[in-house]
Design a protein around this ligand. Structure first.
Ligand SMILES: Nc1nc2c(c(=O)[nH]1)N[C@H]1C(S)=C(S)[C@@H](COP(=O)(O)OP(=O)(O)OC[C@H]3O[C@@H](n4cnc5c(=O)[nH]c(N)nc54)[C@H](O)[C@@H]3O)O[C@H]1N2
Ligand SMILES: Nc1nc2c(c(=O)[nH]1)N[C@H]1C(S)=C(S)[C@@H](COP(=O)(O)OP(=O)(O)OC[C@H]3O[C@@H](n4cnc5c(=O)[nH]c(N)nc54)[C@H](O)[C@@H]3O)O[C@H]1N2
Ligand SMILES: [Mo]
Length: 778
């Protein structure tokens, strides 16, 4: 076997299973690196347990009534990363100017530790200096109260914010007067919400944990659970074991979709046995899923017609289609009008493969479809998800045990934040209830999403930017423009746990407000507080911090929001101080305002929490026609956007941006990616050897990447090592956020505004001369 290497960088094939010993070693490393291993072991054992805290990792749910250990390798990393004893305080900021800090990598910045005191940017010295909490609140209130319109402020949220924090935040921003809620979910599962709302009248997934136990087939599209939702591996493996089909669609043969060794099952660990994770694997073209799904539906239709001719029972669920749905006739027309050649060309699969996928689908009585960023972050993400729904409606696979739709969410509370009203396009009923509960008139028009917020800041139309968590500067597309957008602001406020690049893209005035994380004990006037979150299966449960905070100057998110609100609005429309002192009052307010939260406080006491009802899972369709709706959208003529074609240049490759095994979004835990065999480097381009040859380069060579768009802006990243990889020809992959500068701000999904970060047409240019890794034999 051969691999590429130099002194600090190495690429070699990983042959181990997902999880297993590799995971255990990696967890141990994260522990030791946190510099408080013993404390963190205790904390880890309380993860996702009743009376413990909710894992700040992903939004996958937990099986009901099991007392077992409920964390995974990457959850453990997230916890150790948060619960470090390293600190970023006034001494740290005295040592480093903001300009110097900008030179550091994202990895270095977050590694410096927890933010432990509030600071304000001082332009004269180019440094952050300490400020008291009261003075910080007064600065914010001063800016907000001097804007000409509340719509000149942007209130960003990242999906770790608790329900309590999110509810308070939206209440404050709406009482202040705006619906400008750019949100991480705009870049994440927005397409799922838009598609499911339109088709089924609910923006959420329709399945629970129990459904996974009863599914005969689970289709997993555009998702890498081994890295991003490791607790999902167990139900997938169990499904394979009991004879169900697990059918994956992914251009990359991700390790975590291949084999799995349970790190908490001694028998598997000691005998080093692993279990297969899938029964079938298809490698589509990037963005080719809609064509595959359309092809599958066409096969179903052909088989149905054939059965009718022969007078035998067919494959469609006629009763369901007749009684529960509408739009079927229009959908049939679209199916018939879509030609096979178009399907095959766009899908990247052969007709035989599509037929096989359709068979697998029809042979299973109960089917669940799961998907994540490989589906949502495309121009036609909404239409693709609606095609998943179409297929499921054809066989009545919604609203019964073992079947349904499962957008696998990202951040641990991103779904809850939406439920709490973090929504730039709020439903009018939500606003009505808010108006009634708090006796004020909230703004009714749509606010800005992430892309619109960046445009507004670039044009100087938005002037104050407040972030409840996250890393706006790095998570967003078109980094050069986005950084400029933040720096155009009169004030930027970052409520954060750790230092990141967003803190360095300062407005003329800038504040960093250090907050507690999920693992920290939260003491308020009424005693130790819990917060609540909602997972991908709509289970709501409480989370209690377990660790003593590093500094008394760190405050909880609700405390900080209440402070800003009181300084800006006084006691309008509530006593912010009372809410801050006792979160039960916030939960009372949620219970009064948000459907499904009656007797919130009492129901939290149930182990495992409680389930928010989902209308579609009960076959109640809250759509405009009160039916589940077939969507009749044609396949895109071309997957390549017209603005790329209009650039007059032809792309060399289509690149997708994805996550390594050692990162949490923009948080980089290390420069390694175990399952893909990369260590010591992140600036790599995974590419097929045939493409390296076709384009006249050599494996290991460094190249520059330039993306194409018809607006004369040069979007370039430099010095990426070409890494030969098992990836379909014509495609490539690289890590997010390193290639975010390549994603044009206006390259986003139809109706979702989600940056198309899984489909970036690029050209390769030769990089620095002589910078090449050597290929050696092992
Ligand atoms: N450890 C860890 N856990 C996380 C995160 C993290 O960064 N680290 N992030 C959290 C968040 S916010 C989210 S949203 C989720 C993200 O979870 P994922 O969606 O699993 O994350 P990505 O790394 O973006 O992986 C996308 C996958 O889709 C595939 N893909 C790309 N394009 C296509 C396509 O066109 N078709 C198909 N079929 N597949 C495609 C890629 O090859 C890749 O395997 O994970 C959450 N959990
Ligand atoms: N090219 C490309 N871009 C993408 C994606 C992609 O796949 N490709 N994925 C997109 C997706 S799915 C998402 S969800 C977004 C993520 O976008 P964000 O949610 O904005 O980014 P994160 O990297 O999760 O934010 C990390 C920061 O959050 C802060 N933080 C951590 N925990 C807490 C907490 O408990 N409270 C507070 N207040 N702050 C905290 C820390 O300071 C940390 O530095 O990125 C999107 N961007
Ligand atoms: Mo996400």
């Amino acid at each position: 076997m051969s691999w590429l290497h130099n002194r600090k960088t190495q690429f070699k094939i990983y042959n181990g299973p997902a999880a297993g010993w590799g995971a255990l070693l990696s967890v141990t490393h994260a522990w030791l690196n946190s510099e408080q291993p013993i404390k963190n072991v205790k904390a880890l054992l309380r993860t996702n347990q009743h009376g413990g805290f909710d894992c700040p990792g992903c939004a996958w749910g937990d099986p009901p009534d099991s007392g077992a250990v409920k964390f995974c390798e990457n959850g453990a990393k997230a916890i150790n990363w948060e619960a470090t004893s390293r600190r970023v305080d006034a001494t740290f900021f005295a040592r480093h100017s903001v300009t110097q800090l900008r030179e550091q990598s994202d990895y270095w910045l977050e590694y410096q530790g927890r933010l432990t005191e509030p600071v304000r940017y001082d332009a004269a010295t180019d440094r952050y200096l300490p400020i008291s909490w009261d003075a910080a609140f007064a600065v914010i209130a001063g800016h907000l109260n001097h804007l000409e319109s509340p719509d000149q402020a942007e209130f960003y949220t990242s999906g770790r914010a608790s329900n309590e924090a999110a509810f308070l935040y939206q209440l404050f921003a709406r009482a202040y007067g705006t619906n400008n809620f750019p949100d991480c979910s705009n870049m994440c599962h927005e397409a799922s919400g838009v598609a499911l709302n339109g088709s089924l009248g609910t923006g959420k997934g329709t399945v629970t944990f129990e459904d996974f136990e009863h599914a005969d087939a689970i289709f997993v599209l555009g998702q890498n659970p081994g890295t991003n939702h490791p607790r999902m591996l167990e139900p997938l493996r169990d499904a394979v074991r009991r004879g169900a089909k697990v059918v994956c669609f992914n251009p990359l043969k991700e390790r975590g979709l291949e084999r799995f060794q349970h790190p908490q099952k001694m028998s598997e660990m000691l005998t080093n046995r692993s279990k297969p994770m899938h029964t079938d694997f298809f490698q589509p073209a990037l963005g080719g899923d809609m064509a595959i799904l359309r092809g599958m539906a066409k096969f179903l239709l052909a088989w149905e017609r054939d059965a009718q001719r022969r007078g035998v029972s067919g494959v469609l669920d006629d009763d369901f289609i007749l009684l529960q749905t509408d739009g079927f006739a229009a959908y049939l027309e679209v199916l018939d009008a879509t030609d096979w050649a178009h399907i095959v060309e766009q899908s990247g699969l052969s007709l035989g493969q599509i037929e096989r996928a359709a068979k697998l689908y029809c042979e299973a009585s109960n089917v669940i479809f799961c998907w994540a960023m490989g589906i949502t972050q495309h121009h036609h993400g909404v239409a693709t998800i609606q095609e998943i729904v179409n297929l499921q409606l054809l066989r009545g696979n919604v609203g019964r045990l073992g079947a349904g739709l499962c957008p696998v969410r990202g951040h641990s509370n991103v779904q809850g934040d939406r439920t709490m009203g973090i929504n730039e396009r709020p439903p009018q009923e939500f606003l009505d209830r808010l108006a009634e509960s708090f006796s004020f008139e909230p703004p009714r028009g749509n606010g800005h999403n992430t892309v619109e917020a960046i445009h507004a800041m670039l044009k100087g139309e938005a002037r104050v930017f407040v972030a409840l968590g996250g890393n706006f500067a790095q998570a967003t597309p078109d980094s050069v423009l986005t950084h400029q957008a933040l720096r155009n602001c009169a004030l930027t406020v970052q409520i954060s746990t750790k230092l990141n690049r967003s803190h360095l893209m300062v407005g003329r005035d800038a504040l960093i407000l250090p907050c507690l994380g999920r693992t920290d004990i939260d003491q308020q006037a009424a005693g130790a507080q819990c917060v609540t979150v909602e997972d991908s299966f709509s289970m709501v449960h409480a989370s209690f911090g377990q660790l003593e905070p590093l500094s008394k100057q760190m405050r909880s998110e609700p405390w900080i929001i209440a402070g800003i609100a009181e300084a800006t609005l006084g006691n309008h429309p509530v006593s912010w101080q009372a809410m801050r002192d006792d979160y039960r009052l916030i939960r009372d307010a949620i219970a009064r305002t948000v459907p499904g939260f009656d007797q919130f406080e009492d129901r939290l006491k149930q182990p495992g929490g409680f389930h928010l009802p989902n209308s579609a899972s009960q076959r109640v369709w809250r759509t405009s026609t009160e039916k589940a709706r077939f969507s009749a959208t044609f396949l895109p003529d071309s997957l390549v956007h017209e603005k790329v074609r209009a650039s007059g240049q032809r792309h060399d490759l289509i690149v997708q941006s994805l996550r390594s095994h050692d990162q949490y979004n923009t948080t980089i835990y290390s420069l390694n990616d175990r399952y893909r065999g990369v260590s010591g480097q992140r600036e790599v381009l995974f590419i097929n050897q045939a493409d390296i040859d076709r384009l006249g380069f050599e494996a290991g060579e460094k190249v520059d990447l330039v993306s194409l768009w018809d607006d004369r802006v040069e979007r370039k990243v430099k010095g990426f090592t070409l890494l030969p990889y098992d990836i379909p020809e014509g495609q490539a992959a690289a890590y997010y956020p390193e290639i975010n500068p390549l994603v044009p701000l206006d390259s986003f999904g139809v109706d979702s505004f989600t940056p198309a970060s899984k489909f970036i047409p690029i050209k390769l240019l030769p990089g620095e001369r002589g910078a090449k890794l050597e290929l050696t034999e092992a």
